[in-house]
Design a protein around this ligand. Structure first.
Ligand code: C2E
Ligand code: MG
Ligand code: MG
Ligand code: MG
Length: 288
């Protein structure tokens, strides 16, 4: 059926999928859903961490936890491809809980007392016991609630607004912070900001990517930064890959940055803070 066909089309971002028959498309998708169900048991999932820095001080402020799936046959499958399937099958509940637990337990052992930011899917926000789950994981890991941030997209809030706001308020009440992710790409952004006191705005990387060819993109970055200032909410720009982009963000007065220029998502060894200069030098050496 059409829903499945569309779901499949988003799996590979591969135009060839459109040439596959409906049956094949559905079968492929079912197989991924099945494999995903066993991925946890088979230890195929891992969490990587990408640094976030203050632009003013260069200081490390936190790490975003990013999920990875090493499929035994398909190889590395992107979360952008398998998270939507996990959301449809309900597997996201088990996977989301696993990521949260993994991230909190690891962060509790880091030498730096910085934050760990965990992505929470729209579907997880419909889970009424999410606040209890967060509280339970904080307790068992020993991580301070001040060191946990949840990243939520605007779309997550819009789908069932009252319920989502209720769940988010309970979580925020524990001292956990909430960041709004991919800001500018969802719907009714301003209304979302108005209804809930977020702790951070993350500008979607698509704007930074286009900031040099399209004056509109730069204007949007500037407007979001102004919005953050008037609401007294720090703004983080994601997808910073080059010195040119960094300079632009400095000129516009952005608060925080995250991107390949400062470090790719990586597993968590001890003493992971290489320092800004070294991260930059590495990025340059990689030809970024
Ligand atoms: P996101 O939360 O917006 O995460 C940022 C994405 O940008 C990550 O992609 C990251 O690897 C990538 N990125 C970081 N720096 C740069 C850069 O300089 N340039 C470019 N081009 N990309 C950069 P990733 O890891 O593939 O994740 C994609 C999306 O999948 C995430 O977007 C998030 O929406 C979702 N996701 C990842 N992990 C989880 C998870 O544990 N739970 C849930 N629900 N969603 C997750
Ligand atoms: Mg995120
Ligand atoms: Mg994002
Ligand atoms: Mg994204």
């Amino acid at each position: 059926d059409l829903a499945m066909y569309r779901a499949k089309a988003s799996i590979g971002e591969n135009i060839c999928y459109y040439e596959k028959g409906m049956d094949e498309v559905a079968r492929d998708r079912r197989q991924i859903a099945n494999d995903l169900r066993r991925a946890l048991e088979r230890d195929e999932l891992a969490v990587l961490y990408q640094p976030q820095r203050s632009l003013r001080t260069g200081e490390l402020t936190g790490y975003e936890a990013l999920l990875r799936w090493r499929h035994p046959v398909r190889g590395a499958v992107s979360p952008a491809d398998f998270i939507p399937i996990a959301e449809e099958t309900g597997e996201i509940f088990a996977i989301g809980e696993w990521v949260l637990r993994q991230a909190c337990h690891e962060a509790a052992r880091w030498p730096e007392q910085c934050k760990v930011a965990v992505n929470i899917s729209a579907v997880q926000l419909t889970q009424p016991n999410l606040p209890e789950l967060v509280a339970q994981i904080l307790l068992e890991s020993g991580l301070s609630p001040r060191r946990l941030e949840l990243e939520i997209t605007e779309t997550a809030i819009i789908s069932d607004k009252l319920r989502a706001l209720h769940v988010l308020r309970a979580i925020k009440g524990m001292g956990v912070s909430i960041a709004i992710d991919d800001f500018g790409t969802g719907y009714s952004s301003l209304d979302t900001l108005h209804s809930f006191p977020f702790d951070k705005i993350k500008i979607d990387k698509s704007f930074l990517l286009q900031a040099h060819e399209r004056p509109q993109a730069r204007a949007i970055i500037r407007a979001v930064l102004a919005l953050g200032r008037s609401l007294n909410v720090p703004v983080l720009a994601e997808g910073v890959e080059s010195d040119v982009q960094l300079t632009l963000l400095e000129d516009e007065g952005c608060d925080e940055v995250q991107g390949y220029l400062f470090g790719r998502p990586a597993s968590a060894p001890s003493g992971r803070d290489d320092g800004e200069e070294r991260a930059k030098a590495q990025a340059r050496a990689q030809g970024l």
